[in-house]
Ligand binder design. Structure first.
Ligand SMILES: *[C@@H]1O[C@H](CO)[C@@H](O)[C@H](O)[C@H]1NC(C)=O
Ligand SMILES: CC(=O)N[C@H]1CO[C@H](CO)[C@@H](O)[C@@H]1O
Length: 224
């Protein structure tokens, strides 16, 4: 029987929602590796709607669930209806939506709070010993919810290739272990069944991000 994976989205677009290419990479690799998936998103307003040309917030209001439906080709369910028992694994792609709508990381950093249904989902899959795959900025959700866990967001040394390396420092300050990995690699926290990869935390080429997300998907499915 094919494995079923729940994917939590946080809007549509890197600066205010889910990173579109990471989501697409997750779906493509799940499909290629023979798994089924269902997208979920919280039914809440976005913190920001960002004009992706100007890189600045605009005045409009948008809903995370409605925007996520764009990526999911309309097939997205309200996160409040996600039942851990219906799925073998959970995956959360990155994008600023994770830091703005699924948590308050964008504003509060390591003092952030995580949206209750997102926290419940991560705790639920973890307690059921089902694997969780996170990429880009979403490993900070695990760092917040699963104390002492091991993750990667790429490198902890800031440079042109790793412009967001301070995230790794924040994760260490939260008492978690950060493991440096290349963009095409994952870190597997065996004890917590957590698979993480840097994706667009790396200033890399889109195909490298695609391949790294593919490795994450493979490792998640292997642990199901
Ligand atoms: C990303 O890398 C390119 C060179 O490949 C560089 O020109 C650019 O400034 C880098 N971006 C950041 C945010 O460091
Ligand atoms: C965790 C959380 O709820 N983050 C933000 C998502 O966006 C809303 C705006 O609708 C903010 O109020 C939340 O703080």
């Amino acid at each position: 029987m094919s494995k079923k994976v729940a994917v939590i989205l946080s809007g549509c677009g890197v600066y205010d929602g889910s990173e579109i290419h990471e989501c697409s990479a997750v779906f493509v690799h799940l499909s290629r590796d023979g798994a089924q998936y269902q997208a979920f998103a919280p039914n809440v307003d976005q913190m920001h709607v960002v004009d992706h040309i100007k890189g600045q917030p605009s005045e409009e209001k948008r809903n995370v669930l409605v925007e996520s439906a764009r990526i999911a080709r309309g097939n997205v369910k309200d996160l409040k209806d996600l039942k851990v028992s219906d799925y073998n694994a959970l995956i959360i792609p990155g994008g600023f939506g994770v830091a703005k709508n699924l948590s308050t990381w964008a504003v509060k950093g390591k003092e952030c709070t995580v949206l209750k249904p997102v926290e419940d989902s991560i705790k639920g899959f973890h307690a059921a010993k089902k694997p969780i795959g996170l990429c880009c900025i979403s490993p900070v959700l695990a760092a917040k919810i699963l104390p002492g866990c091991e993750v990667t967001v790429g490198s902890d040394a800031e440079c042109e290739k790793w412009p967001h390396a301070q995230t790794a420092g924040a994760i260490k300050q939260m008492g978690c272990k950060h493991v440096n990995k290349q963009v095409n690699e994952v870190h597997v926290d065996v004890k917590n069944k957590l698979v993480t990869t840097s994706a667009f935390m790396c200033n890399g080429s889109i195909h490298e991000i695609f391949d790294g997300v593919g490795e994450m998907v493979k490792a998640v499915l292997k642990m199901c």
